[in-house]
Design a protein around this ligand. Structure first.
Ligand code: CA
Length: 552
């Protein structure tokens, strides 16, 4: 950001905040709560399959008092990029955080900078994951991913970043992150100012380690299993996700059961926790279905125990706010940095442009302005979150922010006529960690078009390119790919044109990684010769993957 823009921006902030104070309006506190990988399927206010387990009574109470967004989406379903979108209000190709290696320099942490300039006392507590020193008045953050137990923090204070570490022996991260926010509220808070706190849990991130007090939770319960863990119709997927004649089914997307020989919970959970899980996934006497069932049950129990730890800790935090008369004059936002796969389609992790990972839970409570028990199907993106928080603070977003405030929607007004009709998605980390191809997508309220362009930044390590189109009204599980079906040619053409123009509008114009972009352009129209090329890529990828598995 140039000095001139910075200066102009601060002027706007001061003018606005002076105007707000002049009107005698009280600024609300803002408490932004984000858990890592907490997906909507595991939140009572959204859940269907897991609803009877009542996984999150405390978080659900926010929804009962406030608004729940059914169409909130991240623009890139992975930790660091999503966090970068929220701190900057920019899409990843503009904030530079394409993948887990990205970082946001202190001077570009626009959200806390503007909050502070607007009169807020700011604090960042818990999982940060943006590598550079947080530009908040106070911080107490996990280094990198952090650890579940014996949690280490980097703490704002006497020693310079990154040497300012303290370990809390015997702690669990969810408990000690909550303690940190409670301590900040009681000991560090300047009561002459409103506060802006980012309170961010590590849980329920992989590999889902909960405090031992949850060991019995759900122990005797058989967790319901998604239908698509076991059965998918022939219409699912494409050359990109199945390969030619299904040859890549084992190799695309990591699995719960044995499907993916490179990475699965069937293998990883007993390896990671040998004292907890005793099954041997290589035992030929164990059926695939037995292994998948064991791995799913183990996975979900671990995940939901972590979720329970978050929900119980939020009760402690909310009880404090209630007792200290802070609960109703605080805008409380609950979200996860992206969604997560809980065994649907035999997938795990996040990253896919499909709804289970693209969707973010988003619940907002502020009884002074938000009607209780409301729901919205407005399309909102994580890049809109900072503009919303600034708006609640009476502050205008700077021009560098690409997102827009949706405060009026929160407050029960109809969607503005010019509100977005589609959201953009792009996952860049082609085939890293969890075997997901590079992809981009456009999602409206009714449809999704995904383009698996299938290459890395250099246009290499190709997987077969293909397109998928879903009608979300009749197919919310995204298992009937309509791409290329004559009856859907009109909507396909319309969405493809919209995806092309949306990319340009938000600045993903292909200039960032030209070699990758040339693959995208090569396969954009996807005529028969492109399909034939994709089949050849499929064969080549399978042969290379099988050779590398054999070599191990
Ligand atoms: Ca995450």
């Amino acid at each position: 950001m140039s000095k001139t823009i910075n200066h102009l921006l601060l002027q706007v902030v001061f003018t606005l905040s002076a105007a707000t104070i002049g009107l005698g309006q009280e600024k609300p506190n803002i408490l932004f709560i984000m858990s890592d990988d907490h997906t909507s399927q595991a939140i009572g206010a959204y859940a269907t399959l897991l609803k009877s387990l009542n996984p999150t009574p405390t978080i659900d109470s926010l929804a009962q008092d406030g608004i729940c967004f059914d169409n909130a989406f991240c623009t890139n379903a992975i930790c660091t990029p999503s966090r970068a979108c929220i701190i900057t209000g920019q899409y990843n190709h503009n904030n530079g955080v394409f993948d887990l290696g990205g970082r946001i320099a202190s001077k570009n942490q626009v959200l806390p900078i503007l909050m502070r300039a607007g009169g807020y006392q700011t604090a960042m507590i818990g999982k940060w994951h943006l590598k550079t020193e947080p530009n908040f008045d106070y911080y107490k953050v996990l280094p990198g991913q952090g650890s579940y137990f014996d949690t280490v923090f980097r703490i704002q204070g006497e020693k310079p970043w990154p040497k300012n570490t303290i370990q809390y022996k015997g702690s669990h991260s969810s408990d000690v992150i909550t303690d940190a926010t409670l301590n900040w509220l009681s000991d560090h808070r300047d009561t002459s100012k409103p506060f802006f706190i980012c309170h961010q849990y590590k849980a329920p991130h992989d590999f889902f380690e909960s405090h031992p007090r949850y060991d019995d939770y759900l122990e005797d319960i058989d967790i319901p299993e998604p239908e698509t863990l076991w059965n998918k119709p022939d219409s699912w997927g494409s050359l990109a996700t199945r390969g030619f004649q299904d040859e890549l089914i084992p190799h695309i997307g990591t699995s719960i059961g044995r499907r993916n020989p490179r990475r699965s919970y069937a293998v990883d959970l007993p390896k990671q926790f040998p004292n907890e899980f005793k099954w041997d996934s290589t035992n030929p006497n164990l059926l695939d279905s037995d292994v998948k069932h064991l791995a799913y049950q183990a996975y979900l129990k671990k995940y939901l125990r972590c979720v329970k730890g978050v929900d119980d800790n939020l009760k402690r935090l909310f009880d404090y706010l209630k007792k200290n008369n802070l609960f109703d004059n605080t805008v409380i936002i609950y979200t996860g940095d992206q969604g997560f796969w809980l065994g649907e389609k035999d997938y795990q992790d996040k990253r896919w442009a499909y709804d289970p990972s693209q969707r973010m839970p988003l619940i907002i409570r502020y009884p002074k302005a938000i009607p209780a028990g409301s729901r919205s199907d407005a399309l909102v993106e994580n890049v809109d979150f900072p503009a919303l928080m600034l708006d609640f603070a009476g502050l205008a977003p700077p021009k560098t922010m690409q997102g827009r405030s949706f405060r009026s929607i929160c407050e029960g007004k109809p969607e503005p006529k010019d509100w977005k009709k589609a959201v953009y998605y792009r996952y860049w980390m082609h085939m890293a960690h969890h075997d997901n191809p590079g992809e981009m997508a456009i999602r409206t309220k009714t449809h999704k078009l995904i383009f698996f362009y299938g290459c890395d930044y250099q246009g290499e390590n190709q997987t077969p390119p293909a397109w998928e189109l879903y009608d979300l009204r009749s197919d919310p599980e995204e298992i009937n790919n309509l791409y290329g079906k004559p009856a859907f040619a009109a909507i396909q053409k319309e969405l493809k044109a919209k995806l092309a123009s949306l990319r340009l509008k938000i600045g993903d114009d292909g200039s960032h990684y030209p070699a990758c972009e040339s693959i995208i352009q090569e396969f954009w129209d996807y005529d028969e010769s492109d399909r034939q090329k994709a089949i050849a890529v499929s064969n080549k990828f399978r042969v290379a993957r099988e050779a590398s598995l054999k070599a191990k």
